[in-house]
Design a protein around this ligand. Structure first.
Ligand code: GH3
Ligand code: MG
Ligand code: MG
Length: 517
């Protein structure tokens, strides 16, 4: 797999994991936040509901006040005229005042009268409950004495809001003659009305066993205990519960509010948008990161790879390795360039070594043949004239025998030096083509010029005066030379043969001379 593909796969993998983790964290934290907000909001609503219910006793209290401070009622405790009872305290009168039951007690706590608007099926739970609890009346009266206020009571299984007050005449003078309690059932209708006003769904649930606690010193007007709120979380709703207390401070029931959760859905919807944004951001970041990596790493590595592959393929070690910047990749490219340079230099060194004669420093036979072959090809194409001179040291074996092999080597080096100095032109190529055999390739020369050049070499070596006693008659080192001028259709072999033939002729004719073919 290519680097670009690998980076893409890893990047996509990493970004996908990152996206999933980010989204999960986002989801978790937003749901956490939503739950906190819902808790706060639901508690506020629950509190509002309790306040609304509490406030709904105010109206009842108004009704109570208008009754309790009526001189007629005040007088009724002394002279119980049935007419007043019928007109003002009858079930019809109560219904008109939106009151469900009414209780009158004297100051000693004796029940004087009780009226109740019968329920739909004719039941009168308040009367039945009061009759059952008749032995408690004096105690209640003691508690109620002088007290006024509102709260709730439970009669049998029914919860009622009640307001209580001593009775005075309308001038407010004189002692209280009795005590008045009026009540209204907290029934389905009450709950529906409050639900409508508050927009909240709730119910008041009866507690199965009414706790028996000692009667308090004071009556309590607090219907609810907002400090004791329990919240149960369901998937689509919260359920809030708080005890309902009666006027004696006893828990008689529970108010339960059903609060539909909306924030979770809102959060889900907003999460969807956020998810989209996060995914888009991650995709954009991923693409940018990929472009950046591509630009910073992959492209440069590919360029380096292409440049190196060109160099390797061409095997010339001459290609260019470009270096950009100062980072690790630039350093890698720089090392690659240096490596190529080192290889090129070593290859050139090896090439030179393989083409150079170690003793004399002249091109060897291989290099010379290559050059000759090249010149012959050029000659064929461009009709350029050229000539080959082959030369051989005369009686060199004897020289070795006389002066030793090292002296022979030194003499060969002198011959080579003599060749170099004799050839003035750039294009003339000397070489050592055998043990004591040398060659010169001349370009752009006529046969005469080639002969003259050979003669010049012969003359120069002789004049050098390398003593060679066994080479009579001159007694110095000499060369025999054969010259062959390149003609059409020549190849390396044919031109060598002719030059060699000429050399043989020179040897045969007495040595230290030039012969031409
Ligand atoms: P001719 O005049 O017929 O050429 O006689 P020659 O002795 O020169 O020819 P021959 O071919 O019989 O001998 C060549 C000698 O050159 C033999 C060999 O020892 C010597 N020789 C060849 N290469 C080297 C070398 O590198 N160093 C030394 N010192 N001698 C060499
Ligand atoms: Mg020889
Ligand atoms: Mg020789």
């Amino acid at each position: 797999m290519g680097l670009r593909k690998k980076i893409s796969v890893y990047l996509v993998g990493i970004l996908a994991v990152l996206a999933l983790l980010t989204l999960a964290a986002l989801r978790w934290s937003s749901h956490q936040k939503a739950a906190e907000l819902e808790d706060l909001e639901a508690r506020a609503d629950f509190y509002r509901l309790m306040v609304t219910l509490q406030v709904s006793t105010t109206g009842l209290n108004g009704t109570l006040k208008s009754w309790a401070n009526r001189t007629e009622l005040y007088d009724y405790f002394v002279d119980r005229r049935s007419r007043f009872l019928e007109n003002e305290l009858s079930a019809e009168a109560l219904a008109v005042a939106d009151v469900d039951f009414l209780t009158l007690m004297d100051t000693s706590g004796n029940l004087i009268g009780m009226t109740e608007v019968p329920g739909a099926n004719g039941e009168t739970p308040a009367i039945e409950g009061m009759q059952k609890m008749s032995h408690d009346y004096p105690t209640h009266a003691r508690l109620f004495r002088g007290a006024s206020g509102c709260g709730v009571v439970k009669v049998k299984t029914h919860v009622a809001m009640v307001c209580f007050s001593p009775t005075y005449n309308s001038r407010g003078k004189g002692p209280a003659r009795g005590f008045l309690v009026i009540g209204r059932w907290v029934d389905g209708e009450t709950i529906r009305q409050v639900s409508e006003v508050t927009g909240l769904t709730f119910e008041i649930v009866d507690l199965p066993n009414e706790p028996k606690t000692a009667l308090p010193q004071r009556l309590s007007g607090n219907i609810f205990r907002p400090d004791v709120v329990q919240i149960a979380e369901h998937q689509h709703a919260l359920e809030l519960r708080s005890p309902v207390t009666n006027i004696f401070g006893q828990d008689i029931g529970e108010i339960r509010m059903h609060w539909p959760r909306k924030l979770d859905q809102l959060v889900d919807r907003s999460n969807q948008i956020t998810q989209g944004v996060v995914v888009a951001l991650i995709v954009v970041c991923g693409v940018l990161l990929m472009l950046l990596l591509d630009q910073l790493v992959v492209r440069r590595l590919n360029l380096l790879r292409e440049e190196l592959s060109q160099i390797v393929d061409s095997r010339r070690w001459a290609g260019q390795v470009s270096v950009h910047g100062m980072d690790e990749l630039a350093s890698l490219a720089r090392y690659a360039r240096e490596l190529v340079t080192i290889v090129r230099e070593q290859v050139e060194d090896l090439k030179n070594l393989s083409q150079t004669d170690a003793l004399t420093g002249l091109p060897n036979r291989r290099a010379f043949d290559e050059r000759l072959s090249h010149i012959l090809a050029q000659h064929a194409r461009q009709k350029l004239s050229a000539a080959l001179i082959l030369m051989d040291v005369d009686h060199f074996k004897k020289y070795n025998d006389s002066y030793g092999h090292p002296a022979g080597d030194a003499a060969l080096q002198k011959v080579a030096q003599c060749l170099r100095t004799s050839l003035r032109r750039e294009l003339d190529l000397p070489a050592r083509v055998g043990g004591e055999e040398f060659a010169v390739l001349l370009q752009g020369v006529t046969a005469e010029q080639a002969f003259a050049a050979a003669e010049n070499i012969r003359h120069n070596l002789q004049n050098l005066g390398v003593v060679h006693a066994a080479n009579p008659p001159v007694g110095v080192m000499t060369l025999s030379l054969g010259v062959a001028v390149v003609t059409e259709g020549d190849n390396v072999r044919s031109i060598y043969l002719r030059a060699d033939e000429a050399l043989y002729q020179a040897k045969a004719s007495g040595r230290n001379q030039v012969s031409q073919m």
